[in-house]
Design a protein around this ligand. Structure first.
Ligand SMILES: [Zn+2]
Length: 483
């Protein structure tokens, strides 16, 4: 990928200009409207408070506080949005009302800080300090949508921390030498349409428009219909290489989805790689019949074959030191007194390398086919999505390591100080950063999660660790984007 010359936004007082209408016109990639908030989406780029867009000044209400205190205020504001009263978990699915509320929150945060707000052609949100067209931008962000009954941290921690890090940098009165943006990538979890990272995949050209237009949710609503209902033009979606070419570095802060940092005693770590991972759909077809009158010997019950397959998945994963999970199932006719005609199960599998992942999935499919044949069950296996191993760019990763290790004071709870190396961890979870890494130098920071629990209402990070994450992100952004 070729990038515009570095340091393109060299002067400190340019942000009041190009980010507005003129920038959008030249850009051409800014399409549609801000989803969800119909009243606020008439234009493509909203400039917010121009008086507040000077790069160095701490202006605008949102910028008054340093990173820590502004983090808590934002966190409290976002906390009730899309939360289910019964489960305590979040149901922030793409292009729904809860998603619209999250997106309205993002826009409000951008505008409170005088950042130039825009929605790109794929529905991803951006808040700019400096000229978005100048190139070599430093971008921090994550996502605001959730899995079914997800936790509060997966996604929002990265977005809230990005705004709080900017507040911290303004408090420090640093001078920006590169444009800075905060992003919220749409539909990261894939909870509604079954494909993760739709916003970043589309932008990076890793999902075709045709395939995206075919995506359907559980109610049969297509992605274009859902986008349209939320005020976004589905015909605008597609690859956005010009936009990605203007990004010099993307940093995603994320709650850790494991316990590695808890074991090392560090509040913050750096990602090394994302394991290859994918989703496979297994359709087991048998024969529906009466649960009370059909002799066991006469049944063609796909639930049994499915159950054998789940057990095989566990065995294969253990053998390979990998992960395999059937976490979603649909049954037809789904009656208590009916033998199923169809059991459809979704396999999620991840491993440290491609070879191990192939071995696991092949082993599971082989076992499923053997059991299916014996029981007279028809089996179809379809790979629905796949993401190869992602090695985050070594130069950027090393730079983050240097920035964080060289800080004064340190902020580990066990008293880690200057020159303490920051742990570097691999992860089995997919992220927008992983998708974007094919087009943009990309890095990730993880914040300690004491239980390791994620994708659950019990997902948690301590407040001190969240603030440590904000400060680490601010340090990183300062190191990358400031003189
Ligand atoms: Zn996430």
């Amino acid at each position: 990928m070729s990038l515009p010359p570095g340091g393109a936004n060299g002067n400190e007082d340019t942000a009041g200009n190009g980010v507005a209408g003129s920038g959008a016109a030249a850009n051409g990639a800014v399409a549609g409207s801000g989803a969800g908030n119909a009243a606020a989406t008439g234009n493509t780029v909203a400039t917010g408070n121009k008086a507040a867009t000077r790069n160095t000044a701490a202006t605008g209400s949102g910028a008054a506080a340093g990173g820590g205190s502004s983090f808590q205020a934002m966190w409290r504001e976002l906390l009730p949005v899309g939360r289910n009263q019964d489960s305590g978990g979040y149901r922030r699915y793409a292009w729904t009302g809860a998603d619209a509320d999250c997106r309205a929150w993002f826009r409000a945060q951008a505008e409170a800080r005088g950042l130039a707000y825009e929605v790109d052609r794929n529905g991803n949100q951006w808040a700019w300090l400096g000229d978005p067209l100048a190139g070599d931008a430093v971008v921090a962000g994550s996502h605001l949508d959730s899995v079914p009954d997800g936790g509060a941290f997966d996604g929002p921690l990265g977005v809230v921390s990005s705004f709080a890090a900017l507040d911290e940098l303004r408090r420090r009165e640093v001078e920006f030498t590169r444009p800075l943006a905060i992003s919220n990538f749409g539909d990261e979890e894939g909870a509604r349409f079954g494909l993760a990272c739709v916003g970043s995949r589309l932008a990076a050209g890793q999902l075709t428009v045709e395939a995206a237009h075919r995506l359907r949710d559980g109610d049969g609503i297509t992605l274009p219909q859902a986008m349209e209902a939320a005020g976004h033009d589905p015909d605008a979606i597609g690859p956005d290489p010009e936009r990605l070419a203007r990004i010099g570095a993307f940093v995603e802060l994320h709650v850790e989805q494991g316990r590695a940092l808890d074991l090392t005693g560090d509040p913050v770590g750096i990602a090394s790689a994302i394991w290859p991972h994918g989703r496979w759909r297994f359709d087991f077809r048998g024969e529906a019949n009466h649960a009370g009158t059909t002799r066991l010997a006469d049944r063609r019950d796909p639930m049994l074959t499915y159950a054998e397959t789940v057990l095989a998945a566990r065995r294969e994963a253990e053998l390979a030191g990998a992960l395999a999970t059937f976490g979603k199932i649909s049954v037809e006719p789904n009656g208590v007194n009916a033998i199923p005609s169809l059991v459809r199960g979704w396999l999620d599998s991840r491993a440290a390398d491609q070879e191990a992942l192939d071995a696991v999935v092949t082993g599971i499919e082989r076992a499923a086919r053997e059991h299916a044949e014996r029981a007279g069950i028809d089996l179809d296996v379809v790979r629905e999505s796949f993401t190869p191993v992602v090695e985050f760019e070594h130069a950027l990763r090393d730079e983050l390591g240097k920035i964080l290790a060289g800080r004064d004071g340190g902020d580990s709870r066990d008293g880690g100080g200057a020159d303490r190396p920051v742990p570097v961890l691999g992860t089995g979870a997919g992220h927008d950063a992983g998708i974007l890494s094919a087009s943009v130098p990309t890095a990730m920071l993880f914040v300690r999660n004491p239980t390791g629990i994620s994708h659950s209402p019990a997902e948690h990070a301590g407040e001190d660790d969240c603030v440590a994450g904000v400060i680490a992100l601010a340090d990183v952004l300062e190191g990358l984007a400031c003189s």
